[in-house]
Design a protein. Sequence first.
Length: 353
Amino acid sequence: MAKIDPAYIQPIQHRPTPVNVITQVHHGIPTIDLISLSSSTNHHSKYSPLITSIRDACTNWGFFQVTNHGVPLNTLHNLNHAALTFFSLPDDDKRKVSRDETNPLGYYDSEHTKNVRDWKQVFDFTAKDPTLIPVSPDDLIPKQLINRWPRFPPHLKEAAQTYAIEVEKLAFKLMELIAVSLELEPNRLNGFFEEDHTSFVRLNYYPPCPSPHLVLGVTRHKDAGGLTILAQDDVGGLQVRRKSDGEWVSIKPDPAALIINIGDVIQVWSNDKYESVEHRVVVNSHKERISIPFFFNPAHYVMIKPLEELVDGHNPAKYREYNYGAFYATKRNSNLKKLNVDNLQISHFKITE
């Protein structure tokens, strides 16, 4: 990992963008039991307890945990083990599968890119292999991206692909629940993902940090896609910015649960009924940490705008239409090249009166 230069990285509490760093250590976000999905209960009724819980969590937090989610824990355990084995390799071995400006898939670390804003190493792979997506905002003709797999550990590819299949099933179920919570037909949102979705999985590795007060594992941000499903170990570090008062709340880890958060796309589709919420990751000075987010993203050709069912004369559309592939390519280009430009956000498409 890159060495921390205190002259370059300002302490969190003195960063140019003011944030409230007060945190509370508790579960914070709601926990929703999905056991009823395996029963004959009519969970597609907008009045069912499950839908009510989903609606309340999306409205008040933008985040929630799910238990009895159906993703086999041994599948997650196998991927965790493979990921730790990979990240323990010498840097030169890991960098043989480094991402670049042509293909954003594979390995990344802050030292290799001279970026010390985020104290972590990552490995990205897509759920669909290959995946079609534009790789540059200047060239929106979709390219075929193929996953890069290291030779060692040999079981990483199988463990990763198996996990992606299982978590994708959960993502489609959650989309149905979210659709019904918005009083839409259950399959209203799934069509944006079924054919050519651009979803990917990220293996995050956070080494112990000697100066945790100087950096963040991941700086504050919102997720650009549909929704994110996060698996994490028992170390903890995720913080969510609570909507009610803007305070940063630390989420107590539960390795048997998965954490769900609403992305920008659902915020636009819902016409601001649901909000994509800021979150970040703090680092630990003594323990390493693994987290595995699955980013459930639409197909590159999907046009994103408020859904017509949620727009009327009393509640007009609050966003202009935009293309998801172009949006993704622009954000990716800014993040990968670290350009000194304003990172594209859905607020750029906000309709002002």
